[in-house]
Design a protein around this ligand. Structure first.
Ligand code: ADP
Ligand code: MG
Length: 251
């Protein structure tokens, strides 16, 4: 009788796709009985465990789908090294309000000041808030656009990007691209205007973006759209990597 009941419970929980309840229900029954808890406590504890587990798995899945090059969070970021940027302003963005409002974030600054680190940390905060995130280097995305257009899969790629709440474009300006590449990137950034958020990191002041996009008018039009609803952070300072290697040499 007991065995039959267990068999049925297990098969129902499997059909209902409740794996956490399935693996915990027997142990929880003994624990609740020992602690003198009632049926409601038992049900609450099991459903709670399932919800927590499911939410954690969802976040993990979102972080893995975002394809971050490394996992970096704000807890390892030393804000005191940034002389002209307020910690509170950046941490405030972690609440994801800018994504709801389809606003952009741009980090401008020399190499090694933490642009990519902060972009990834904001991306991870967005995943935790249940948002769909995609991370690309600008050169990587342009290559994917060019490949997709020769393989006739451009629509598929664009649809994937359109479904993302936040697209991170890292390292604008490090590698110049062809006019075709520039046009594809321009089209993408224009389409994103007021439909989804972008985070861009770059070593280039706005005045020098024309060196990447090639054409004066196209660059002006792009900057107009990108900076309309935008949180811009101009970072200064010495490269973190350089600072660390100097410290090591001193030791
Ligand atoms: P950028 O993208 O501006 O070139 P990165 O974000 O790649 O710089 O930073 C270079 C390295 O230094 C990374 O390993 C990053 O985690 C670390 N780093 C940079 N700035 C800081 C900081 N303020 N606190 C902690 N680590 C930092
Ligand atoms: Mg970087």
């Amino acid at each position: 009788m007991k065995r039959e009941r267990d068999f049925l419970i297990k098969s129902y929980l499997k059909r209902l796709r409740l794996p956490t309840i399935l693996s915990n229900y027997q142990k929880a029954a003994t624990e609740c009985a020992d602690a003198g808890k009632d049926y409601y406590d038992y049900l609450l504890s099991l459903t709670e465990q399932e919800v927590i587990h499911r939410e954690e798995a969802g976040i993990k899945n979102k972080i893995s789908k975002a394809k971050f090059p490394v996992i970096k969070d704000f807890d390892t970021f030393n804000f005191s090294l940034l002389s002209n940027v307020k910690k509170e302003k950046i941490l405030h963005l972690s609440n994801g309000e800018y994504i709801e409002k389809k606003e952009n974030v741009i980090f401008i600054g020399p190499p090694g000041v933490g642009k990519t680190h902060m972009a990834i940390s904001l991306g991870i905060s967005a995943c935790r808030a249940g948002k769909k995130v995609c991370f690309f280097t600008v050169a990587g995305l342009v290559n994917q656009f060019i490949e997709a257009s020769t393989e006739h899969t451009l629509t598929k790629l664009k649809n994937r990007l359109a479904k993302s709440d936040l697209v991170i474009l890292d390292e604008l300006g490090y590698v110049p691209f062809s006019q075709n590449g520039a046009n594809l990137l321009f089209q993408f950034c224009s389409q994103r205007y007021e439909t989804g958020s972008l985070i861009i990191t770059t070593n280039l002041e706005f005045g020098n973006w024309v060196s990447v996009f090639g054409e004066e008018k196209l660059t002006a039009a792009l900057l107009d759209r990108l900076t309309h609803r935008c949180h811009i952070f101009q970072l200064q300072g010495e490269s973190y990597r350089f600072r660390e290697s100097k410290k090591r040499k001193k030791k």
